[in-house]
Design a protein. Structure first.
Length: 278
């Protein structure tokens, strides 16, 4: 194996610092939390797997191939927008977030209110769904995509916007708090959101797959990393936009149905009190 492929292709100190802060912040909180609040091994593994996958597609040579092959670019965004954030949300980092909220809240001062207002606005169900599906359409709009793939600054904005939006959306979907006892979104509405975002992505993916012309000619301008025909590159990229994204919505729906069924069972009063406590 060529281990040099794990080194950054386009070294970004800000990106590496961000991932280090998140990883170290999780570990610090994990060590400080009392035993009953600490996430279990499976949750810890899911968090770091999601984090590592996102890092890998942004700061290894995977990013190089994503810059010169359309179907790898779609795989990159599938991880940044879907799989990585989905794993992080499923890991339920709520105890970690609560720990850092207690530590940082006094220092935030006047910033706390606008940050909370902005977060609550972005987490409005229809706004969240519109942004989640809309960003995919925006960055795949051929003129925008052409500019983003030729400008490294715009390219970084594209990737970070997909990652951050994915984290917000999947946390809204997989918020571990029960909607029966907290203001979190009801299970039915979460399932509806997953359907709402799946359909537009399926339509876009099908349009790319069945389009007879060359939709993204920027890869012809820059050259492809491998000697693959433009039609095959576009076909595989369209399939990745179409099927895996829709399947993740299906998986999310099944998880939510399971949660809803468990949530209907009687629970001890202590467990309910812990979920209500902020």
């Amino acid at each position: 194996m060529n281990w040099n492929l794990l080194l950054p292709y386009d070294f970004s100190p800000l990106t590496i610092l961000a991932y280090l802060l998140v990883a170290s912040g999780y570990i610090v909180a994990l060590r400080a939390l009392p035993g009953e609040e600490k996430p279990g091994p499976v949750r810890i593994f899911a968090f770091f797997l999601g984090l590592l996958l996102c890092y890998a597609v942004m700061q290894t040579w995977f990013d190089y191939y994503a810059s010169f092959m359309f179907f790898i670019h779609r795989g990159q965004h599938l991880i940044l927008h879907h799989l990585g954030p989905m794993l992080i949300a499923l890991s339920n980092p709520l105890p970690i977030l609560r720990f850092w909220h207690r530590q940082l809240a006094p220092a935030m001062g006047a910033w706390a209110l606008p940050i909370r207002w902005g977060y609550n606005t972005l987490q409005q169900p229809f706004i969240a769904a519109f942004l989640f599906a809309g960003l995919v359409y925006f960055w795949l709009w051929p003129p925008i995509h052409f500019d983003a793939m030729l400008s490294r600054d715009l390219y970084w904005v594209m990737n970070w916007s997909m990652l951050l939006d994915g984290l917000l959306f999947w946390w809204l979907i997989f918020d571990s708090r029960s909607p029966h006892d907290t203001p979190s979104l009801g299970y039915g509405k979460r399932i509806l959101l997953l359907v709402m975002v799946a359909v537009p992505q399926m339509v876009l993916g099908a349009w790319i797959v069945f389009n007879r012309g060359m939709v993204y000619d920027v890869y012809e301008v820059c050259g492809r990393a491998w000697p693959m025909s433009p039609a095959d590159d576009q076909l595989i990229g369209g399939i990745l936009t179409w099927i895996p994204a829709a399947m993740m919505s299906v998986v999310g729906i099944l998880i939510l149905i399971g949660r809803a069924m468990r949530d209907d069972r009687p629970r001890p009063r202590r467990q309910v009190a812990e979920e209500v406590t902020p």
